[in-house]
Design a protein around this ligand. Structure first.
Ligand SMILES: [Zn+2]
Ligand SMILES: [Zn+2]
Length: 323
């Protein structure tokens, strides 16, 4: 049994050292999480009990325990979701998430039969805001806005961010049934992307893998480059959507090479989301996604608060945790 840390020991470090950007009260929670994580990460790094392992860089391991961010979560404000806001927040606390973003569906003028549309944006925003006092993590008001080239509606409200997703194209909401689905999808992405009033992240880029035959992945193309460049030039980001790990192709959306390409083409803002539609998968895959980003050389992930992007450093420390 290794006892490495106490709350007072962790208090000695300045907040930026472990990525806490919240209020002092919230950082107290962060310190608690870090203290509880120390033994686990020590173990995962293979450092083992005293005398059996080689403790080379223990600080590196301790730091990593902090960043658990999930900016893509649905509640029963979305018709295809099964857990209430309260249930989601309770499980987020249990799983020690640091930053939690609620992003329910809003698809204006959608042709999808189970149209997802929040009728009272005010009620939705207030419902989330009213929960902030009860939780010691950063709770953000988001929205997964279904964007279309032919629709111009963007709801106004006190949103911290939006997930901008293309779920359908003008010809059909069943994109996978079109003759060249990837081409249709990317063309619509390019056409639907425009200056947005809220900061945010393009949702589950390459999600069409869920539906196309054989889960055929996206391949490099000039069109994809245009989409990625446009996202970056609009000062938007992309998300690493971990729900792909719950599909048969078992890979995050988008694929790693697309994330790398986004960065090569000037993209900076990257976040992580589980796309949970029920409480059991809140935060699922976030740690794997952070490891992946670190391997790709991405230094930080972002969330948005009151119109600004806030960084959370991943730092180079994750490599020390690899076994
Ligand atoms: Zn979506
Ligand atoms: Zn979603």
């Amino acid at each position: 049994m290794i006892v490495l840390a106490s709350l007072s020991w962790l208090s000695a470090f300045p907040q930026p050292f472990y990525g806490c950007t919240g209020t002092p009260e919230r950082c107290t929670g962060t310190r608690r999480v870090l203290a509880q994580s120390v033994a686990l990460y020590w173990h995962r790094a293979g450092l083992g009990p005293p005398g059996t392992g080689v403790a080379k860089r223990p600080w590196v391991i301790i730091l990593w325990g902090d960043i658990l961010i999930d900016l893509h979560i649905h509640t029963t404000f979305s018709p295809d979701s099964t857990s209430t806001l309260k249930e989601i927040l309770e499980i987020a606390r249990e799983r020690r998430l640091t930053v939690v973003g609620i992003s329910d569906h809003h698809d204006p003028e959608s042709k999808m039969p189970d149209i997802a549309y929040i009728h009272s944006v005010d009620d939705y925003v207030k419902a989330i805001q009213s929960m902030r006092e009860a939780y010691d993590f950063e709770l953000l008001v988001g929205l997964e806005l279904g964007i279309q080239s032919t629709v111009d509606e963007i709801p106004q409200g006190d949103f911290d961010y939006m997930i901008y997703s293309v779920h359908e194209v003008p010809e059909s909401y069943r994109i996978e049934r079109l003759p060249d689905p990837w081409n249709s999808y990317l063309r619509e992405c390019l056409a639907a992307l425009r200056p947005m009033p809220y900061p945010g992240f393009f949702g589950h880029l390459d999600f069409l893998r869920r539906y196309v035959e054989g889960h055929e992945p996206l391949h490099p193309s000039a069109l994809l480059d245009q989409v990625l460049e446009k996202i970056a030039s609009l000062d938007l980001g992309i998300e690493v959507n971990t729900s792909g790990w719950r599909h048969p192709f078992y890979e995050q959306n988008p694929q790693a090479w697309i994330i790398e390409r986004f960065v090569e083409l000037g993209g900076r803002y990257i976040t992580v989301g589980s796309d949970a539609h029920s409480k059991d998968v809140v935060g699922e895959g976030v740690d794997e996604a952070l490891r992946l980003l670190s391997k790709l050389g991405v230094p930080e992930v972002f969330y948005c608060k009151q119109g600004d992007y806030e960084p959370l450093p991943i730092t180079s420390l994750i490599s020390a945790v690899e076994m």
